[in-house]
Design a protein around this ligand. Sequence first.
Ligand code: FES
Ligand code: FES
Length: 146
Amino acid sequence: MKIQFTLNNKKIEADIKIGQTLLEYLRENGIYSVKYGCDNGECGACTVLVNGKAQNSCLMLMHTVNNCKIETVESFSDHKTLHPLQKSFLDEGAVQCGYCTPGMILSAEALIREKTNPDEAEIKDALAGNLCRCTGYVKPIKAVQK
Ligand code: FES
Ligand code: FES
């Protein structure tokens, strides 16, 4: 089955496999910022933006993203400058092993696009689906506030 979508501002026509998830497709096509964690919608490591909303790509079948706009952190950097959220996460020490970081940044980006100055409760709510084993969550929240 062929579908079309935009991935990081590039138009893609893909011949997809039945039952293939967006997570599987992205990693098979070199988008390694999107992490394989629980494969069950629990950890948020596989978060991507679909039409601007943070979604768990492990739960999305490829046929459901036909004509959608998919974004990952690969679209955030030109390898010379960092996206402000990426810089803030580094500056605040909010990155340790980094496994959760792309997903957290995308969840934060979705929030900030909706509301430019979210309060702490809104940030906590936006990051609630992104589990982190390292940071204790305080620094990522500070990074988003910054
Ligand atoms: S791998 Fe998708 S939520 Fe954990
Ligand atoms: S920095 Fe290691 S899981 Fe979050």
